[in-house]
Design a protein around this ligand. Structure first.
Ligand code: SAM
Length: 356
């Protein structure tokens, strides 16, 4: 009887589905596991401080919380605007088709075609990207623009080897060799097909949880406000010292969002024409440890929930000690590695620190 009463008092999470994504480090597949632990905590406001695809912010929104999603990459803030901040705006078929058509009377720049020839996409694909990127930059409506950009980002990732922009490797995609993996079909699928499919997925994910949720772009340390709970999912630095260089992986999507200034932001010395790098403490061990500690101290008054991997830097015990130093009681939960996971290190598992 008691159990039945509890079940009726806990609001059911909203059933909408978070869209598919190929973003490195996305927690999308871990959401049920993370949800099972978040459900045990009492909180009303939450910050996803390094939100990436906003998958965890989305889970928090589904749980009825007031959510702020923040990421240093503008493209990720756009995704959060589409799926977290957006209270209910959806695209119609006409929005999707119009985004792909050159507008009569507009003189389009051919910046992508001229600058990135032979690097990431074919000339024809680059011409399509030039048109769509400029059409979206002109759109006034922030939520429709963000939904269309979400579709554009996912389309770009689906057509890239490794789903990244870390290397000039268009030839890998175009080479006529027999392949033992299934990405070729996604690479060959035309941009408009991907775009329509992802736009529909984004549309289906839009919902209103009757709270004022926000998307921010900036350094997690500077995210303004106080929150009952803060979720931290920082870039993962492997024991061998190699880190996840998010600006280096996704610079092309940042450029799409800043089309008119893209040329001046390019690092022309890099072979794959990334954006000029900015300081990033998550790329080496000596800076990542203090960066982790600063984050924990900044949000020490909140319940802290931290994702990391067991074979990363800092190590599990170091993170737990940082949380205890901040006055927290710490529980460490682990998700056993899947035996079929294509991980370089099969002993590595996903950790979730819950610190109250
Ligand atoms: C592991 S990913 C987060 C994945 C996310 N939880 C998801 O499910 O998609 C780490 C994120 O941290 C962001 N990031 C890196 N440095 C940051 C900083 N100083 N402030 C805010 N975000 C940062 C990266 O852009 C990246 O999206």
């Amino acid at each position: 009887m008691m159990r039945q009463l509890e079940l009726t008092l806990v609001p059911r999470p909203h059933p909408a589905l978070f869209p598919s994504t190929r973003y490195q480090g996305s927690k999308r597949k871990l959401l049920p596991w993370i949800a099972s632990h978040l459900r045990e905590l009492r909180f009303d406001t939450a910050l996803d401080a390094m939100s990436g695809t906003a998958a965890v912010a989305y889970l928090l929104k589904q749980m009825g919380k007031q959510v702020v999603a923040n990421d240093r990459l503008f493209a990720n803030a756009e995704i959060a605007r589409a799926l977290i901040e957006n209270p209910g705006e959806r695209l119609c078929e006409e929005d999707i088709e119009k985004a792909m058509q050159p507008r009569p009377g507009v003189l389009y720049s051919r910046f992508i075609e001229e600058t990135f020839a032979g690097i990431y996409f074919t000339d024809e694909e680059n011409r399509w990207l030039d048109v769509v990127a400029q059409n979206l930059s002109r759109l006034r409506h922030p939520y429709r623009r963000a939904l269309l950009r979400f579709a554009l980002f996912q389309s770009c990732l689906a057509k890239r080897p490794y789903n990244l922009f870390h290397r000039k490797n268009l030839d890998l995609r175009l080479r006529e060799v027999k392949r033992g993996f299934g990405n070729k079909a996604a690479w060959d699928r035309p941009f408009p097909d991907h775009f329509r499919g992802f736009a529909r997925e984004a549309n289906a994910a839009v919902f209103d949880n009757s709270r004022e949720n926000r998307a921010l772009c900036g350094d997690a340390l500077e995210a303004p406000g106080r929150f009952d709970l803060v979720y931290l999912d920082p870039p993962y630095l492997r024991r061998d010292g190699s880190g996840a260089d998010y600006p280096g992986f996704y610079h092309f999507l940042e450029g799409i969002c800043d089309y008119s200034r893209w040329s001046e932001r390019l690092d022309r010395a890099s072979p794959h024409l990334r954006l000029k790098p900015e300081p990033d403490p998550w790329l080496n061990a000596s800076q990542a440890r203090p960066a982790f500690r600063r984050l924990i101290e900044r949000f020490a008054e909140s319940i802290l929930v931290v994702s990391f991997r067991s074979d990363g830097i800092p190590a599990e015990e170091e993170i737990a000690a940082m949380l205890r130093d901040a006055g927290k009681k710490v529980k460490v939960l682990r998700q056993a590695p899947r035996p079929y996971a294509l991980s370089r290190n099969r002993d590595s598992c996903e950790l979730l620190f819950v610190a109250k």
